[in-house]
Design a protein around this ligand. Structure first.
Ligand code: KIV
Ligand code: ZN
Length: 512
């Protein structure tokens, strides 16, 4: 019988460490529900000791998720572990994931600890974590750059203490498939009790090899868990992309011969949800989830696919959740139809008041846009949740004028802490004028790092989804706004980013 390959998703923890990708509790809950719907085995919901926000999100996810194991990261110390255990308390199935750096460089320069101290701390951490659950994962951070003898010593000891998963981390994306895979195999061969744990791979994409390294860790090294994120989200160049490893193992089952529990029809919806919530657009040529991943432009390919699909297609778009944009609702749809569609999309609004507010927004949108697609509903709910959670700045209205040969101008009305402010500005285009107008009141002094506009669906009547990335005092945030008028969407995105800067969520980064 084929072995099972465990899919461990860390979008909500390592993915969130990507600058600007921080998510609110409600956003994390929506993603966690989608991961559960996709039948992900383990959901790393956050790093409980990083911030109160992380703690509350893990706790809420633990109470909601029933089918997947919920996991919290923790450094190898009692305080972090106790915090993780407390956040995970409501979970039906929980895992504590504790880690400590094992490379000479990290131990000496970052931790300022000797190998013996690291060894002791790792053992004590796993021993302490075992008081709260039997499901313990241990990661030697920067494992791929660590000394093999030291790794053997520390891993043998933590397995003796009760670690059930050993996660071989390629923290800085330094691995090369053959080397990474064979280093893992060496560890498994040399550590006497290695068969008492499941081995896992955790790869970063700095050299574009995260997926290849993960798969080499499975095939050469014998790992049976892959840690990954939706769309490969993550710090720097990101993590192993879930959709890529899952589809590789499934499409090439002849080679990998491994079982997966994933419902692949949920892959594209998950990708869209994460992209929409974080504001990180998916590149069109991205494998599996990119807009062009299944588009055949050349005549020869189109002809081939029409004659026999598998001439040029190794996967089917509809199997991974691509569907032609379906009109789901319209102006005449009632509250019940809207509520039912929210449920089908896995969007659980907490109260009737929230449903009513979202329904009102839907009606406003339906007055301006004839056909409403799932993507419109997802954007609308995100907008609604953003404004509920961080209401310091709130968009009210906008008028703008642009005409060939004249300098564009904009008037924006928005509220600041409940009080309405009206402002005007000019710029070299309507979006620039709008941002200048808002800044004349908000005076944030933030630096705009990214401005991007995406059509949510097809056709010129589509809503535009705008992402604005702002930086201030070392913090980077993304704001997302959607509207059929892209200037309005830009104003909403800018205000949403200002709200995130204003909320001053400070959190620890586990790698620091
Ligand atoms: O990349 C890394 O080393 C990590 C660990 C905390 C597992 O994310
Ligand atoms: Zn990582």
């Amino acid at each position: 019988m084929a072995d099972k390959l465990i899919i461990f998703d860390t979008t909500l923890r390592d993915g969130e460490q990507s600058p600007g990708a921080s998510m609110t509790k409600d956003e994390k809950i929506r993603i966690a529900r989608q991961l559960e719907r996709m039948k992900v085995d383990v959901i790393e919901a956050g790093f409980a000791a990083a911030s109160d926000g992380d703690f509350e999100s893990i706790k809420a996810i633990s109470a909601i998720i029933k089918d997947s194991v919920v996991c919290s990261l923790s450094r190898a110390n009692d305080r972090d572990i106790a915090r993780a255990a407390e956040a995970l308390a409501p979970a039906s199935r929980k895992r504590i994931h504790t880690f400590i750096a094992t490379s000479a460089l990290h131990m000496e320069k970052k931790l300022r600890m000797t190998p013996d101290q690291v060894f002791e701390q790792a053992k004590l951490a796993v021993r302490y974590a075992r008081k709260f659950t039997d499901d313990i994962e241990f990661s030697p951070e920067d494992g791929s750059r660590s000394d093999v003898d030291f790794l053997c010593r520390i891993i043998e000891a933590v397995i003796k203490e009760g670690a059930t998963t050993i996660n071989f981390a390629d923290t800085v994306g330094y691995g090369v498939p053959e080397l990474y895979g064979s280093m893992l195999r060496t560890l498994r061969e040399r550590i006497p009790n290695s068969d008492k744990a499941i081995w896992s791979v955790h790869c970063h994409n700095d050299l574009g090899m995260a997926v290849a390294n993960s798969l080499a860790g499975v095939m050469i090294g014998g790992a049976r868990q892959i840690e990954c994120t939706i769309n490969g989200l993550g710090e720097r160049a990101g993590n192993t992309a879930l959709e890529e490893v899952v589809m590789a193992v499934r499409t090439r089952r002849d080679f990998f011969n491994l079982e997966l529990g994933i419902d692949i029809s949920q892959i594209v919806p998950a990708s869209k949800l994460v992209s929409q919530i974080t504001g990180f657009a998916v590149q069109p040529n991205k494998a599996v989830v990119g807009a062009n991943a299944f588009a055949h432009a050349s005549g020869i390919h189109q002809d081939g696919v029409l004659k026999a699909r598998d001439t040029y297609e190794i996967m089917r778009a509809e199997d991974v959740g691509w569907s032609a944009n379906k009109i789901v609702l319209g102006k005449l749809s009632g509250r019940n139809a809207f509520k039912a569609r929210l449920e089908e999309l896995g969007i659980a609004l907490e109260s009737e008041t929230e449903i009513n507010a979202a329904f009102m927004r839907f009606k406003e949108l339906a007055d301006r846009k004839v056909d409403i697609f799932d993507e419109d509903i997802i954007a609308l709910v995100s907008d609604e949740q953003q404004s509920h959670e961080n209401e310091y700045y709130r968009f009210v209205s906008l008028a703008q004028h642009s005409e060939t040969g004249e300098k564009p101008s904009a008037k924006v009305v928005f509220s600041i802490d409940g009080k309405e402010a009206s402002c005007a500005g000019q710029g070299n285009g309507p979006v620039d004028a709008t941002v200048n107008a808002i800044e004349s009141q908000a005076k944030s002094g933030a630096e705009l790092l990214l401005f991007s506009v995406n059509a949510i669906t097809t056709g010129t009547e589509s809503q535009g989804e705008v992402t604005m990335r702002l930086a201030k005092s070392g913090r980077i945030v993304n704001g997302v706004g959607a509207d059929p008028d892209i200037v309005v969407a830009s104003a909403k995105a800018y205000l949403s980013a200002l709200n995130k800067l204003h909320s001053k969520i400070d959190k620890l980064n586990p790698q620091l």
